[in-house]
Design a protein around this ligand. Sequence first.
Ligand code: AMP
Ligand code: MG
Length: 339
Amino acid sequence: METQLFNKENMPEAGALLRKGELVAFPTETVYGLGAIASDNAAVKKVYQVKGRPSDNPLIVHVASHEIGQYVAEIPNVAKKMMEVFWPGPLTLIFNAKPGVFAPAVTGGQSTVALRMPDQDLSLRLIQEAGFPLVGPSANTSGKPSPTTAQHVLHDLGGKIAGVVEGGETQIGVESTVLDLTDERGLIILRPGAVTKEQLQIVTDQKVWMNDEVKVLNPEEAPKAPGMKYTHYSPNQPVILMRADWSIKISELLAEEKVIGVLASDEQIAEIEIKDEIIPYSLGSRTDARIASQRLYAGLRYFDNQDVDVILAEAYPKDGIGIAFMNRLEKASSAVYPQ
Ligand code: AMP
Ligand code: MG
């Protein structure tokens, strides 16, 4: 199949493909999503198939407005507060689903459904043209870094899907924060993203837990995070998460005649003596984890096409969006240095 390209001029045609049961990828402010109409079970099954995604890893449904009463069993007050402040935006909320609204394949057998309203005009337009909310998992092959450009989508899924809406580079670059509203123990972040725990606590006036804290709270009962066990971003070469002592590690690797990819801040790159065996990719200034997050997946993908033996990636402080950045980078890494 030839994958058609769309832009803001021909969105109705992209919507028509979706209504025919085809898959169209689209830009959001986080990463590119793989769109299918969320009530079309055959189309949603195709999403799992082309991504190679395990069928028990549920999909996020993308909506184009705050009017979600028709899709969920109830809207808790705390959700209304968060939607008011963070929607449209990179916050996915998990609700109890209204039975029979979405295709069974969407929720992977759960009684809950994850909803988000993206902050990107092209995604909102596409949902409106489709006439129904769209599932939108990252538009990559499962296990690869998420796509942050239309070219990344075409690299993984070109020829396998009907279309891609082109929207340039995505702004945020890491996937949305996922917050579970259906756990009786409290509000639990299943996946960190650009909306932080601190922001959620202020807006809800409630304690918010990270899912690894819940394990500490009650070791008997793990948090409900279907699919989290699968989230694994693996570039082609081993990634070493660098906390310090770059020059020692680089000398060691050069002595072994390795070619080294360096995924790091401008400040860090400036400290390294760049030789032919060292290929840098800048994450921007060390003081701005937002830029680093925006560039992370493009950087990992860049090294997929370079002849490097190993990637050294810079650890950032774990605060603000740095928590999401480090969460993804730790998943991509096979070692930490120094140990
Ligand atoms: P992705 O589509 O790769 O961005 O991943 C979406 C993530 O959201 C999944 O890995 C799930 O862990 C989470 N998620 C989606 N739907 C649900 C749900 N109904 N209940 C709990 N978690 C969900
Ligand atoms: Mg994904």
